[in-house]
Design a protein around this ligand. Structure first.
Ligand SMILES: Cc1cc2nc3c(=O)[nH]c(=O)nc-3n(C[C@H](O)[C@H](O)[C@H](O)COP(=O)(O)OP(=O)(O)OC[C@H]3O[C@@H](n4cnc5c(N)ncnc54)[C@H](O)[C@@H]3O)c2cc1C
Length: 509
């Protein structure tokens, strides 16, 4: 231990989109700030989440466009996909942003300390060396008047036999692998599972999604998921819902000749051609004839145990808080039974000088929520309680093909809340820009309060939906009615006119 103990106004544990934004704002508010990071600046979002997935998805999209270029009069022959180039580009994009964060923190005067922080009391943190620390780093202690816990979350691995095998991937392994599997069973049909299914299927890999709930993407309007299901079908993504995974046998070493989707365990193990649900022969899993089938996933469907085999199983079933071993008990910080830190609207925990933000709070596990919590917490750390956290208008996105954007209440959520609603819809293929771009699928739904006309929410499956949804978020924040939204002139021809037209169908009813 070094003898000198540095003192800070604020110390932040974790440099994800929660922690690094909080550090910048604390420093801007005049607080002497330390940012402690055990791994890399940027956290999950930059290194193992938002940015690497979208970078790879962009490569996949360019590949698909090249494959379909002929219908636009572009001749692209011998189109192929080199994952090593896409992967190197991912690394470059991530490294560039990490440098950007480092420079921002430096310019703001934040002390970035690499190591694992553990609370030893409500005002002291021991920083233990990790692989990210300097080679000769020793543990040391700092003192801070305020502490912000921004340690994020890790991929969950539920207690299913075989799931703890290192051969079974989570999003972390998939995003850092040097090659993608030729076939994958994705356990979990939430946002992350759907994005990986999109990536793999766009690159011609065989994908099966196993989901326990009655449908995938439960927060999304069923009319939209129905359209997404059509795209999934085109890409031969096999979606099984209402099933329960019971066992995973990883690295079973079945040979290439057995590379087929199995609908019963025996077929998978013996390499016999299996029958799919319709009775036809199941499609070949592997586009590379030499790829071995390594993993067999057993699941229960309608009381019957079945199996599906693939090169890899990727588990995408949610994220658990990274709060264990942090010393929260020593500091007296209350957590939920699942380990999420309990906070109020100013992100204060039950210990007056300790705050928590981001995925570790388990409120809404999205990067932009973590960053907004960070801004509110930074102000609170500086004694400014003028802005409280509000979760009413939080856009969320699914980077499927086409993309999905959601904000506010869906039709069913509004109805369940006892509201009388008007719903306006517009088919994206009827939009002029969509026609120019050859888009043949998509739907926009806008929900408004029947009594006041006020917009309550919107959901859309459309190209660029993830960008366009921000427009509705602004409208909701401003409390606009559907009529006011429609009266806002939208540029032509754009996909955004589909939103205006959906709202118009409410106003002109
Ligand atoms: C595959 C995937 C795709 C995603 N895509 C999106 C998306 O498109 N849009 C979106 O909004 N969200 C997305 N997310 C979610 C998003 O990444 C998280 O919501 C966000 O990163 C949470 O930010 P955070 O700051 O709370 O935590 P994190 O980003 O997890 O950062 C926490 C940091 O704390 C560090 N840490 C942990 N313990 C300690 C300790 N004791 N001492 C020091 N440091 C510590 C960790 O190393 C980490 O760097 C995705 C997530 C995944 C996994």
């Amino acid at each position: 231990m070094t003898t000198e103990t540095k003192r800070y106004d604020v110390a932040i544990l974790g440099a994800g989109p929660g922690g690094y934004v909080c550090a910048l704002d604390c420093a801007r508010l005049g607080l002497k700030t330390a940012l402690i990071e055990a791994r890399e600046l940027g956290g999950t979002c930059l290194n193992r989440g938002c940015i690497p997935t979208k970078t790879l998805l962009h490569s996949a999209e360019v590949y698909r466009e090249a494959l379909e270029a002929a219908k636009f009069g572009v001749s692209a022959t011998d189109v192929s996909f080199d994952y090593s180039v896409a992967n190197a580009r991912r690394e470059k994009v991530v490294a560039q942003s990490r440098t950007g964060i480092k420079n921002l923190e430096k310019a703001a005067g934040v002390d970035v300390l690499f190591g694992r922080g553990v609370l030893t009391s409500a005002t002291t943190i021991r920083v233990e060396p990790t692989a990210a620390s300097a080679a000769d780093a020793e543990p040391f202690e700092i003192e801070a008047e305020k502490i912000v816990v921004a340690t994020g979350a890790n991929s969950s691995r539920p207690p299913i036999p075989g799931l703890d095998s290192p051969e079974v991937w989570t999003s972390d392994e998939l995003l850092t692998a040097s090659a993608l599997p030729e076939s994958a069973v994705i356990v979990g049909g939430g946002v992350i599972g759907v994005e990986f299914a999109t990536l793999l299927a766009a690159l011609g890999k065989k994908v099966t999604i196993l989901e326990g709930a009655p449908g995938i993407l439960l927060a999304v309007d069923p009319e939209l998921t129905k359209l997404l299901a059509r795209q999934f079908k085109k890409w031969k993504i096999d979606v099984k819902t209402g099933v329960k995974v019971t066992k995973i046998d990883a690295n079973v070493g079945v040979g290439a000749e057995n590379s087929e989707t199995a609908q019963n365990g025996e077929a998978a193990q013996n390499g016999e051609a299996a029958q799919n649900e319709e009775g036809g022969e199941a499609s070949s899993i592997s586009s590379a004839a030499s790829a071995p089938v390594e993993t067999v996933v057993s699941f229960e469907e309608k009381g019957e145990i079945k199996t599906v085999a693939a090169e890899r199983c990727v588990v995408c079933v949610g994220r658990s808080p990274a709060t264990r071993g942090l010393g929260l008990e020593a500091a007296g910080v209350a957590t939920t039974a699942r380990g999420f830190v309990e906070v109020d609207e100013f992100l204060r925990t039950n210990v007056p000088n300790i705050f928590a933000i981001g995925d570790a709070t388990g409120k809404i596990q999205l990067a932009h929520v973590a960053s907004e919590q960070a801004r509110v917490a930074a102000r609170a750390c500086a004694g400014k309680f003028d802005v409280a956290m509000n979760y009413d208008v939080v856009p969320s996105c699914v980077y499927s093909t086409p993309e999905i954007g959601l904000v506010g209440l869906s039709e069913s959520a509004a109805t369940e809340a006892g509201l009388a609603v008007e719903v306006g819809t517009f088919r994206v293929p009827a939009n002029g820009r969509a026609q120019s771009a050859g888009v043949d699928s998509g739907l926009v739904k806008v929900v408004a309060d029947a009594a006041t006309g006020k917009l309550l929410g919107a959901q859309m499956l459309a190209p660029r939906a993830t960008d366009m949804i921000a427009e509705v978020a602004v409208a909701l924040k401003a409390g606009l009615t559907a009529a006011e939204f429609v009266a806002t002139i939208h540029p032509h021809p754009t996909f955004s006119e589909a939103l205006q037209d959906a709202a118009r169908s409410i106003v002109e009813k």
